[in-house]
Design a protein around this ligand. Structure first.
Ligand SMILES: Nc1ncnc2c1ncn2[C@@H]1O[C@H](COP(=O)(O)OP(=O)(O)O)[C@@H](O)[C@H]1O
Ligand SMILES: [Mg+2]
Length: 236
C-alpha cells in the first residue's frame, strides 16, 4: 500500500498529430505523477503540449503511445460507453474557449453535467443557481453566454466543471480573462470546492499571480516535462 495513492500516472506519453501528411509531435515522452489532494499547475510556452497533455489525462484525446492512469483506470482500454460514464462522473473540464452552449442560459449550461448524470432538470437548475452564486454570478442565471463578458463566461464554465463534484478538475487557463481580484477569488473557490484528499486539480496557466496556489508546478517545453518545482521560486 502506498502512503499517498496516485491520482494520475503518466508514463512515456507520446502524442503525434497527423495533419494531411505532416506529422506534428506534440508530446515526446511525458512522465508525470500527480498525488491525490494535490493542486498541480502546468506551465510552458505556447505550443509546448499543455492542452494535449491535459486532454489525454482527461480521456478526451487518445495518446499515440505510453500509459496514462487516472484513479487507477487506464482510460484507453475502457469501452467507449464505460469511458463516457467514467468521464461524466469523475471529471470536470474548464476549456480555454469556455465551450458554453450558446442557446442555453447560465443555469442551464451549469446543470448539464448533473443532467448527464441523471439528476432531474428542476433539481439540477436549483443546484446550478447555487453554484453560480458561489462564483459571483447569482444575478445572471438567466443570461445567455453572448450576454456575458469573457470573465463571466469563464466563471460559468468553472461552475459547470464543479457542479457534479468530480474527483478530477482540469482547467485550461482558468484566470486568463479575469482581473486580479476575480482570479484570486476563482482560485480560492477551486481550492475550497474542488480539493480534498480524494480529489485532484490540474491547472494550465500563464498567470504568475496564481502560482502561489500550487502544490507543485510542472514546467513543459517542446513536448517534455523539463522541471517540477515546489514553488514559483524553483522555476527554471
Ligand atoms: N488538433 C491538432 N492538429 C494538429 N496539430 C495540433 C493539434 N492540436 C495541437 N497541435 C500541435 O501540437 C503542439 C502542442 O499543442 P498544444 O497541446 O495545444 O500546446 P499548448 O497548449 O501548450 O499551447 C503544437 O505544435 C500544436 O500546433
Ligand atoms: Mg493550450
Amino acid at each position: 500500500m502506498n502512503a499517498t495513492p496516485l491520482a494520475i500516472r503518466c508514463r512515456d506519453i507520446v502524442k503525434t498529430y497527423d495533419t494531411g501528411g505532416q506529422v506534428v509531435t506534440a508530446l515526446n515522452g511525458v512522465n508525470l505523477d500527480i498525488n491525490m489532494g494535490e493542486l498541480m499547475m502546468l506551465v510552458g510556452p505556447s505550443g509546448c503540449g499543455k492542452t494535449t497533455l491535459i486532454s489525454i489525462i482527461a480521456g478526451i484525446l487518445d495518446q499515440t503511445s505510453g500509459d496514462c492512469e487516472l484513479f487507477g483506470e487506464n482510460l484507453l482500454t475502457l469501452r467507449s460507453k464505460d469511458k463516457l460514464r467514467f468521464r461524466a462522473e469523475n471529471i470536470g473540464f474548464v476549456f480555454q474557449a469556455y465551450n458554453l452552449l450558446p442557446a442555453l442560459n447560465a443555469a442551464e449550461n451549469v446543470s448539464v453535467p448533473l443532467i448527464i448524470n441523471g439528476v432531474k432538470r428542476g433539481e439540477a437548475e436549483r443546484r446550478a443557481a447555487q453554484m453560480l452564486e458561489k462564483v459571483g454570478l447569482g444575478e445572471r442565471t438567466m443570461s445567455l453566454p453572448a450576454q456575458l463578458s469573457g470573465g463571466q463566461q469563464q466563471r460559468v464554465a468553472i461552475a459547470r466543471a464543479l457542479i457534479h463534484s468530480p474527483r478530477l478538475i482540469v482547467c485550461d487557463e482558468p484566470t486568463s480573462a479575469l482581473d486580479h481580484e476575480s482570479g484570486q477569488n476563482v482560485m480560492n473557490l477551486l481550492k475550497a470546492v474542488a480539493l480534498d484528499q480524494q480529489r485532484v486539480l490540474v491547472i494550465v496557466t500563464h498567470d504568475a499571480r496564481i502560482f502561489n496556489f500550487a502544490d507543485r508546478i510542472a514546467e513543459m517545453d517542446d513536448g517534455h516535462i523539463v522541471n517540477v518545482a515546489h514553488s514559483a521560486a524553483e522555476l527554471k
